[in-house]
Design a binder for this molecule. Structure first.
Ligand SMILES: Nc1ncnc2c1ncn2[C@@H]1O[C@H](COP(=O)(O)OP(=O)(O)OP(=O)(O)O)[C@@H](O)[C@H]1O
Ligand SMILES: [Mg+2]
Length: 236
């Protein structure tokens, strides 16, 4: 991480509570976190500590309750819904923990969704999506439906979809959970190449110690807090 590089993400005292009354769960209890352009930040911590909640807030998918979440100088709580949706569509790529592919669309159609949403013609979008599917090793699966793909293949379609529109921030929830060691490494190399640069950043939630080496910094979460941010897995 270059110290003078610009902030991609800044969270200040971000809180999020689900439900109400006795069913209330305080998932984020005052998150402070900064991610800089040019870095790959990994987010680790026990199941249920709030990782998916936090990255959903950062990606503008979920509204937080209090505090500030600013992404490339855009404060989500101060943006109108329509503006936020457009900003998210153009600037953010998201890999969901459960992939969230559309079951009736082929791999190529799924991967091109962000481009079509941003106004590209389907023909052009498919062409671009095919390029990314080739890079994740799925050139022979372009016309398959998700149900006809393995878990690891579906995960790679989701990763291609997150990269296809050249977003400035890519956020991945356990992107190697269904991948073997070698494929996981290749995917992380590709993600680093595509998603980390002078004006772009990558956030990866993971339990997979085999990919810690790809991180510039690692934030350790526990019970809705950031416990510490370290430069290497040895310090965890
Ligand atoms: N939609 C929801 N409604 C109510 N509670 C929720 C909801 N989503 C998450 N939670 C709760 O919020 C807390 C944080 O959940 P979150 O999914 O962010 O954890 P996580 O760190 O991603 O866990 P995992 O590693 O298992 O994916 C948990 O206690 C969870 O039960
Ligand atoms: Mg999760």
């Amino acid at each position: 991480m270059a110290n003078n590089s610009s902030l991609a993400v800044s969270c200040r005292q971000v809180t999020k509570t689900y439900g109400s009354g006795s069913a209330q769960v305080q998932a984020l209890r005052g998150i402070d976190l900064e991610v800089y352009s040019g870095e790959l930040m990994m987010l680790v911590g026990p199941s249920g500590c709030g990782k998916t909640t936090l990255i959903s807030v950062i990606a503008g998918i979920l509204n937080h309750d209090n505090g500030d979440c600013v992404v490339f100088d855009h404060d989500f709580n101060k943006m109108r819904e329509k503006h936020r949706t457009r900003f998210r569509g153009q600037n953010i790529g998201f890999v969901f923990q459960a992939y969230n592919l559309f079951p009736t669309l082929t791999a190529a159609e799924n991967a091109c969704v962000p481009l079509v949403i941003n106004g590209m013609s389907k023909r052009q979008a498919i062409k671009k999506a095919v390029g990314f599917l080739e890079r994740v090793g799925l050139s022979d699966k372009l016309n398959r439906l998700p149900a006809d793909l393995s878990g690891g293949q579906q995960q790679r379609v989701a990763i291609a979809r997150a990269m296809v529109h050249n977003p400035r921030l890519i956020v991945c929830d356990e992107p190697t959970s269904a991948l073997d060691h070698q494929t996981g490494h290749k995917i992380m190399e590709l993600l680093r190449e595509v998603a980390v640069g002078p004006t772009r950043a990558l956030i990866v939630v993971t339990h997979d110690a085999r990919i810690f080496e790809f991180a510039d910094r690692i934030a350790k979460m526990d019970d809705g807090h950031i416990e510490k941010v370290v430069n290497s897995a040895k310090e965890l």
